[in-house]
Write a protein that binds this ligand. Structure first.
Ligand SMILES: Nc1ncnc2c1ncn2[C@@H]1O[C@H](COP(=O)(O)OP(=O)(O)OP(=O)(O)O)[C@@H](O)[C@H]1O
Length: 339
């Protein structure tokens, strides 16, 4: 049986914006990540992916729900347990330059977490470890005394990865680690992460705003919209049989290199603006942009259903009881737009 390393139970994170306004960044999100797998978390900007990551890391207090790491509640740790926890869990960020101190050399950037944890009192051993990490991410000892601005975006992301590996973690949250990179470099960084995962038995939460690169790296994928998880399944099943209209729209937005297929395929264009998480739509949060919205969608929040084995979706289109007993309710208000 595969062991879970992380379990989120109905995780909710709201921000109090003052004047009685509450921003619902993350609502009732439940999923688990197995040891050694890559779980992709996907959705457009502002849907709450980073907030999920930061709340898992304990950088934000949760509003409600639970985050269990190796069975331990991460928001309930004493100081000692917190220190231990941060050795096991690390984050890689989207913009490698912003996350690296420009006044520190590469060697200092990578050694900093080791110093915080007092790992190598002997400087020679520390330097050896830094060089070993540089080599593991495809750089070398000549890079150790240089500054981050001397490197390309892809190399800077390699430095960020080396730093994340410095404490020999088990679990890494990679928050849009390739979004700022050129496509050719994106593939290199994804390959590096895959190789490191195999060598070191790492588990990844891989956050991305589109589905184009995520399939290659993820075993399972969760799709978020406006703070809610709307679909979750294996990466193959998500691409072959997307159930949620939002997932279908995200997939139809991925460019296909073959011009014949690209010209003839159906593209779902989402109408309207992304609603504000301060005042989300009633019922299903996606209904204001959904090509298949029905009356019930405004009244009732769709349940999280396992529609096929290990394929979960929150959408009234898959509510069999509704289709049988309440059919008059269904008034499809828009048709998908074909390009
Ligand atoms: N510290 C904060 N205080 C107030 N609101 C916040 C805070 N952090 C995030 N938000 C809001 O929560 C919502 C979710 O943001 P989040 O950054 O988690 O989304 P995201 O999907 O990661 O987007 P992006 O890809 O742009 O980072 C947004 O409306 C954002 O403005």
């Amino acid at each position: 049986m595969t062991a879970k390393i992380l379990q989120l139970n109905q995780l909710t994170k709201h921000f109090n914006m003052g004047k009685g306004q509450i921003l619902q960044a993350v609502n009732d999100v439940t999923f688990h990540i197995n040891k050694g797998e890559t779980f992709g978390l996907v959705g457009e900007s502002g849907c709450g992916k980073t907030t999920v990551g930061r709340t898992i890391m304990g950088l934000y207090n949760k509003t409600s729900g639970d985050v269990l790491y190796d069975g331990q509640n991460v928001h309930n740790l004493d100081d000692n347990e917190t220190l231990h926890f941060y050795r096991h869990m690390q984050m890689i960020f989207q913009d490698p330059y912003a996350s690296l101190n420009p006044r520190s050399t590469v060697k200092e950037v990578i050694a900093e977490p080791m110093e915080v944890h007092g790992l190598y009192p002997n400087k020679k051993e520390q330097l050896d470890r830094v060089i070993q990490l540089l080599e593991e991410v495809g750089l070398n000892r000549d890079h150790a005394d240089r500054y981050p601005h001397e490197f390309s975006g892809g190399q800077r992301q390699r430095i960020g990865i080396a730093r994340a590996l410095a404490l020999d973690p088990d679990f890494i949250i990679a928050d849009e680690p390739i979004s700022a990179l050129d496509v050719s470099v994106q593939a290199q960084v994804v390959n590096l992460l895959k190789n490191l995962q195999e060598e070191k038995s790492l588990t990844f939460l891989f956050i991305a705003h589109d589905l184009s690169m995520v399939k290659q790296i993820s075993d399972r994928i969760g799709v978020m919209y406006l703070g809610n998880l709307v679909e979750l399944t294996s990466s193959d099943s998500l691409y072959e049989n997307p159930l949620h209209p939002y997932t279908q729209a995200l997939l139809s937005a991925i460019p296909i290199p073959d011009p014949d297929i690209e010209d003839t395929r159906e593209r779902i264009i989402l109408e309207g603006e992304l609603p504000s998480p301060i005042n989300p739509p009633s019922g299903c949060v996606f209904r204001t942009r959904c090509p298949f919205a029905m009356d019930v969608c405004a009244r009732k929040k769709p349940e999280w259903r396992e529609v096929e084995k290990d394929h979960y979706v929150a959408c009234h289109l898959y509510d069999e009881t509704l289709n049988k007993t309440d059919h008059s309710d269904i008034t499809i208000n828009q048709k998908p737009v074909q390009s």
